[in-house]
Design a protein around this ligand. Structure first.
Ligand code: C2E
Ligand code: CA
Ligand code: CA
Ligand code: CA
Length: 287
């Protein structure tokens, strides 16, 4: 009956009811989940397309709910934004991830082939407008002794569409300190490409939809042209291009040929515990 689809059936859909109940349960348990230590972070490697080496990882938060099990961020981030929990939660994710990056860097000490592993952390638009963002970030970097250039903050393209100077100021400060800013989900927001010049970003993260269109080999010629155009524009503005959602070797190869710099996706590794990244980086360094 589910495949009959359509909104007509929504009220009679038991799954929708379950979702509504779950949502209500989450609303009451979310505010205290941080204090109860129910969040944890998985890390997904970022791989250099040129030589296949692991260069860093993106931090992706999960909620181990006592009744519902592991919940993906899409289930609770909107709620956390709505309730304001996103600010302390985001700060916690940042601190945990930066600490993790320091540990990787310490453990990789002498191994020059690996290079210092970097960490990417997602920022919600609510954190962007929160006055403590720059100071919190500075404090965390100082407390952990991690250099700012080991950190990349990911902000969605849609959060910055039409952004005024007040919104960009904290990002500019962070960029001046050496923190990288990545424009996440790029290509979905219909932003003015000329606008890129005034944003303090150094990385474009091409949305997964572009990667999906590279599933066929050869890919649709129009899609190829679009990605080619974005990559050449990005490089002419001195921006690196990361692609996400790479699930097959064919996608990786086409995106490499198109000049993309870094890739992320199940083809390389699913998000996982921090030890996993250490192993991947190590294997990679030792051949
Ligand atoms: P995102 O930033 O675009 O993260 C990429 C998402 O794609 C992740 O989903 C990741 O698990 C998934 N993914 C990675 N490789 C592949 C692949 O090859 N194929 C497919 N189909 N998917 C892949 P996840 O972990 O469920 O996170 C969803 C979104 O939640 C993230 O999208 C991000 O917007 C948000 N999020 C995650 N952690 C945080 C956080 O700490 N703070 C904030 N504000 N948002 C977060
Ligand atoms: Ca992201
Ligand atoms: Ca993304
Ligand atoms: Ca996304």
């Amino acid at each position: 009956a589910k495949s009959a689809g359509g909104n007509r059936f929504e009220l009679a859909d038991p799954e929708a009811d379950a979702r509504a109940i779950t949502r209500h349960g989450l609303t009451t348990s979310l505010p205290t989940a941080l204090d109860r230590g129910e969040f944890f972070i998985e890390y997904q490697p970022l791989v250099h397309l040129g030589d296949g080496s692991v260069r860093g990882a993106e931090a992706l938060v999960r909620w181990l709910h006592p009744q519902h099990g592991v919940l993906s961020p899409d289930r609770f981030i909107p709620l956390a934004e709505h309730t304001g929990l996103i600010v302390p939660l985001g700060r916690w994710v940042l601190e945990q991830s930066v600490r993790q990056a320091r540990e990787w860097r310490e453990r990789h000490g002498g191994e020059e082939a690996v290079g210092p592993l970097r960490i990417n952390v997602n920022l919600s638009p609510c954190q962007l407008t929160h006055p403590g963002l720059v100071q919190d970030t500075v404090d965390i970097l100082e407390r952990t002794g991690v250099e700012p250039d080991a950190l990349c903050l990911e902000v969605t393209e849609s959060a910055l569409i039409g952004a005024d100077d007040d919104l960009l100021k904290p990002l500019r400060r962070l960029a001046e300190m050496g923190v990288d800013i990545a424009l996440d989900d790029f290509g979905t927001g219909y932003s003015n490409l000329a606008n890129l010049r005034r944003l303090p970003v150094s990385v474009l993260k091409l949305d997964r939809s572009f990667t999906q269109s590279m599933q066929q080999f050869p890919a649709d010629p129009v899609d190829l042209k679009i990605v080619e155009g974005i990559v050449s524009l990005a490089h002419s503005l001195d921006l690196a291009v990361t692609v996400e959602g790479v699930e097959t070797g064919a996608q990786a190869e086409q995106l490499r040929l198109l000049g993309c710099d870094t890739a992320q996706g199940w083809y390389y590794a699913r998000p996982g515990p921090p030890e996993r990244l250490h192993e991947l980086a190590l294997v990679d360094a030792t051949g």
